[in-house]
Design a protein around this ligand. Structure first.
Ligand code: ZN
Length: 441
C-alpha cells in the first residue's frame, strides 16, 4: 500500500483507506481569475500521476477538484477590468481546462463549483454559530479559532505561537488575528447571496470544507494541495469541520513549489510563466517528465536547462518506442515490482524515472523483450505517452537515406548535410546511428 508523508504528523505513513479498494481524494482546485501558471501545471500533473498510479494498483479513485468561482481575486480582476465576474470565471475556467488538456491531466471525477454550494455553506456557518464557534462583526462572520480544539495541527504550531507570529490585526472587531472570515458582507456592486447575516458571499476556506464533505463524506482519505495551502487554508478548512465534530480528512499531502532559476515563482518577481507559454516552446510530455524527476516534496527547478534535459530524455524514450514497438511479451516482473515499490515509497517518482531509463538502456543493449514490456508498463502507469510517429518510409525517402549513407561512407560531408536538410524539409527527423541514417516523423 502507498506510504505518503502526512503533514498532520510530519511523517511518512501508510495511506489507510476508509473503504477497502477505494480512495477518496480532494485536491484544492484553481481560483479562476487568470491563466494557469507552471506552478499549477506541476500541482495538477503531480495529482494526475498520483491518481493514475492508484488506479494502476487496482484502486478506484473518487477524485474531487473544485473550481473556486467566487473569491476576492475574481472580484478584484472584475473591478480592474470593468468586466462582469461571471465573464472572468468563464474565460479562465476554460483556459484552465485547455491547459490541463494540453498537459494530459485527466479530468477529476467531480469538479464542483463553489457558487453551486452557497446554501450548504450557509448551513455550515449557521451550525458553527449555533455552537458559538462563529461570531458576527460589521463586515462578516468569523470563526473563533481559539474555541476549536487542536487548531494549529497542520501548521505544527501551538495557538500561542501562531498568534505571536501574526501581524497586528487591523480589524479590531476580531477576537484573534487568526480568526478567519466565513461569510463576507457584500460591498455595493459585488456578487452576493442573501443570508441571515445580510447579503454577502462565502469565505474561501468555507468553500472547500463544504464541497469536500458533501462529495466525499466525512473521514475521506486524502486532502492535498501546495505547501502554501497548508496554513492557513487547510488549517482553516479543518477547524470548521472539527468544530462541528467531523473527523474530516484522514491524511494530508502537500507539495513544494516551482523555482525558476532558484527563485520561487511568483508574479511579483516577474518570472511568471503560463502553462501555455511553456507549451508553445516545449513538449507537454517533457514537462510531465520534469515533474516526475523531482520528488513532490522538493522544489522543482524549471529552467531552460532542466526542461531541455527532460526533452532529451523524451527523445530517448521515443527512440526506444520506435525501435521496440509493443509486442505483447510478458514484462519483467522484478522491474514492475521495483516500480511499484518506488512509487509506494512516498511517491518516489525520481526513482521510478531512473528505473524507466534503466529499462530503456537494457532494451537497447540486450534487445530484452521483458525489459521492453516493463518499460511500457511504467510509461503507461506514469501517463507518459510515446511518439512512434508515422514512419512509413516511401521510396523517394529511402533513396535519399541510402544516398546520405553513401555520402557519409565516402566522407562527402557537404553532400551528407545537404541531403539531411532535404530530408528535414520533407518533415523527417534525421538521426545518425551506428547502423546509418535513421528517419522518423
Ligand atoms: Zn481548498
Amino acid at each position: 500500500m502507498l506510504r505518503l508523508h502526512d503533514t498532520a504528523i510530519g511523517q511518512v505513513r501508510e495511506l489507510s483507506l476508509r473503504e477497502p479498494g477505494k480512495v477518496s481524494l480532494y485536491v484544492c482546485g484553481p481560483t479562476v481569475y487568470d491563466v494557469p501558471h507552471i506552478g499549477h501545471g506541476r500541482s495538477y500533473l503531480l495529482y494526475d500521476v498520483l491518481v493514475r498510479f492508484l488506479e494502476w494498483t487496482g484502486l478506484q479513485v473518487d477524485h474531487v477538484r473544485n473550481i473556486t468561482d467566487i473569491e476576492d481575486k475574481i472580484i478584484n480582476r472584475a473591478n480592474e477590468t470593468g468586466r462582469d465576474p461571471a465573464d472572468i470565471v468563464a474565460e479562465f475556467e476554460k483556459s484552465f481546462y485547455d491547459a490541463m488538456d494540453l498537459l494530459g491531466v485527466k479530468r477529476p471525477t467531480h469538479d464542483p463549483h463553489a457558487t453551486d454550494y452557497v446554501d450548504h455553506m450557509l448551513d455550515l456557518i449557521g451550525r458553527l454559530a449555533e455552537r458559538d464557534l462563529a461570531y458576527e462583526t460589521s463586515d462578516g462572520v468569523y470563526l473563533d479559532t481559539g474555541a476549536v480544539e487542536g487548531y494549529g495541527l497542520l501548521a505544527q504550531q501551538s495557538l500561542d505561537d501562531l498568534q505571536a507570529g501574526e501581524r497586528v490585526e487591523v480589524n479590531e472587531e476580531k477576537r484573534s488575528p487568526l480568526d478567519f472570515v466565513l461569510w463576507k458582507k457584500a460591498k455595493p456592486g459585488e456578487p452576493s447571496w442573501a443570508s441571515p447575516w445580510g447579503d454577502g458571499r462565502p469565505g474561501w476556506h468555507t468553500e472547500c470544507v463544504v464541497m469536500s464533505l458533501d462529495l466525499l463524506g466525512d473521514g475521506f482519505d486524502l486532502h492535498a494541495g501546495g505547501l502554501d495551502l497548508k496554513f492557513p487554508h487547510h488549517e482553516n478548512e479543518r477547524a470548521q469541520a472539527v468544530g462541528l465534530g467531523y473527523t474530516f480528512a484522514r491524511h494530508w499531502m502537500h507539495h513544494a513549489f516551482v523555482d525558476v532559476g532558484g527563485v520561487k515563482m511568483s508574479k511579483s518577481l516577474h518570472n511568471f510563466t503560463s502553462v501555455v507559454d511553456l507549451l508553445e516552446r516545449h513538449d507537454a510530455r517533457a514537462y510531465r517528465l520534469l515533474v516526475l524527476r523531482s520528488h513532490y516534496r522538493s522544489p522543482m527547478e524549471v529552467t531552460p536547462d532542466t526542461i531541455g534535459d527532460a526533452e532529451k530524455g523524451l527523445d530517448r524514450i521515443d527512440e526506444f518506442a520506435r525501435r521496440f514497438p509493443r509486442d505483447g511479451a510478458a514484462p519483467d516482473a522484478d522491474a514492475v515490482d521495483r516500480f511499484r515499490a518506488a512509487m509506494e515509497d512516498d511517491l518516489n517518482t525520481p526513482a521510478a524515472v531512473a528505473l524507466l531509463f534503466d529499462l530503456v538502456r537494457k532494451a537497447n543493449s540486450d534487445r530484452d523483450s521483458a525489459a521492453v514490456a516493463a518499460a511500457y508498463v511504467v510509461l503507461d502507469a506514469l501517463g507518459l505517452d510515446v511518439r512512434q510517429g508515422d514512419d512509413e518510409v516511401d521510396e523517394a525517402t529511402a533513396a535519399l537515406v541510402s544516398a546520405r549513407d553513401e555520402a557519409r561512407r565516402t566522407r562527402d560531408f557537404a553532400a551528407a548535410d545537404r541531403i539531411r536538410d532535404e530530408l528535414q524539409a520533407l518533415g523527417w527527423v534525421v538521426k545518425d546511428t551506428a547502423e546509418g541514417t535513421q528517419v522518423h516523423r
